[in-house]
Design a protein around this ligand. Structure first.
Ligand code: PGA
Ligand code: ZN
Length: 380
């Protein structure tokens, strides 16, 4: 496939900040892809360049790709990584590269008359499936409002026990209604966090879990502690207590991004019972995943295309994580766009979960709605 035109544009993300949108044209077919941004970014992630800088690189990038006839996504992504030439995508920018990579994947799918999830499934060799939805309903940490002013943990999830996205969304909406009323009763009017979830003006991490379990005592929950941003290291005994007292399916980043020992110990202690998920620890990076496997540090991983910078490498990371027998959770970023690529990615790689924030915010809702759309055509 030859590319006839690329065009970058600066658009506002869910926080009103500038981010990058790429448009790509081939043989009369046009697609767009836009890039979310992390607010609690791991230090081993692909580097982001200012969107304005990406615009200035458009002509040069196009001059490098216009004469190629790409047969696969691998060829396209391979050229971009070669042109960049760095480990962390800091030359061209991880945001610029992933915008083009997602756009090319969409173009390839469209020109083959396929859905994006079908193309991803073909490339990855995975059997597609509908993931569990990890709804981020209470927010704290740097995603709180004000940032770091409330609960220390970053995300409190409500996870319906069904693979039907429609049923999950219905359950989430019922739960959010009850949760909103209960929080207002207990705390008065509250602000929403980065991903559209509620915040609570309490510094006690357990309060978020308490209020959720009071609403539904047999529902399933989870946490992203985003511990790299925590001031103090949490004792293993505290996580053991939370796991005993609350219906937790998963805990993400219980320790900071370099605390291999903390991760290994919690996985040894609680890994039989719950998912111990790496995010800042593993950053969708095959090298970090391998280190985590060597140290038995996790039994599940967060997958974010922006962390590694191309769709091809994202799929490679997924396949590596699967070879270790880990659960896979595809996730959104703190600042999002209306792009729904990650929903297709989750289905196409047969992910166990999709974590896309709180459906009260439109940038999050569109990803869950995309799952619902896929579900409707599932058996056709
Ligand atoms: P980020 O956080 O996108 O702000 O880095 C999301 C997460 O930690 O899962
Ligand atoms: Zn995280």
């Amino acid at each position: 496939m030859k590319i006839d035109r690329i065009h970058f544009q600066i658009i506002p993300d869910s926080k009103g900040k500038d981010t990058l949108e790429a448009q790509m044209l081939s043989d009369g077919t046009s697609v767009i892809a836009s890039v979310p941004t992390g607010e609690s970014t791991g230090k081993n992630e692909a580097k982001v360049i200012p969107p304005q800088k990406a615009l200035e690189k458009t002509d040069w990038i196009f001059s490098q790709i216009k004469d190629h006839d790409f047969a696969t996504l691998d060829q396209f992504d391979g050229l971009l990584t070669t042109l960049d030439g760095t480990e962390d995508k800091s030359n061209l920018g991880g945001n610029l590269i992933i915008a083009l990579s997602m756009a090319f994947a969409k173009l390839l799918a469209k020109s083959a008359g396929m859905e994006v999830w079908q193309l991803v499934s073909k490339i990855s060799g995975a059997k597609p499936s509908l993931p569990l939805c990890f709804f981020n309903v209470i927010e704290g940490g740097v995603h709180g409002n004000p940032p770091a002013g409330g609960l220390p943990f970053q995300e409190y999830w409500f996870i319906p026990k069904t693979n039907s996205p429609q049923k999950s969304l219905d359950e989430a909406n019922d739960f959010l209604k009850l949760l909103g009323d209960k929080i207002k009763d207990g705390y008065g009017e509250v602000e929403m966090g980065s991903e559209g979830g509620y915040t609570i003006p309490s510094k006690n991490a357990e309060d978020g879990l308490k209020i959720m379990q009071e609403i539904s005592s047999n529902a399933q929950f989870g946490l992203d502690c985003a511990a790299t941003k925590l001031e103090n290291k949490i004792d293993l005994s505290y996580y053991q207590l939370l796991t005993t007292n609350y219906n937790l399916l998963a805990i993400e980043d219980p320790y900071s991004e370099d605390d291999w020992d903390g991760f290994s110990k919690i996985t040894a202690s609680l890994g039989e019972k719950i998912w111990i998920i790496g995010d800042d620890l593993t950053t969708t990076n095959p090298k970090r995943l391998k280190m985590a496997a060597d140290k038995n540090a996790v039994n599940a991983v967060i997958i974010k295309p922006t962390q590694i910078g191309t769709v091809t490498e994202t799929i490679q990371a997924v396949n590596l994580a699967k070879s270790y027998g880990w659960k896979i959770v595809v996730a959104n970023r703190g600042e999002e766009t209306m792009d729904t690529f990650i929903a297709d990615l989750a289905v196409g790689i047969g992910a166990d979960g999709l974590k896309s924030g709180c459906p009260l915010q439109k940038e999050r809702m569109v990803k869950y709605e995309r799952l619902v759309e896929i579900e409707k055509t599932w058996h056709i």
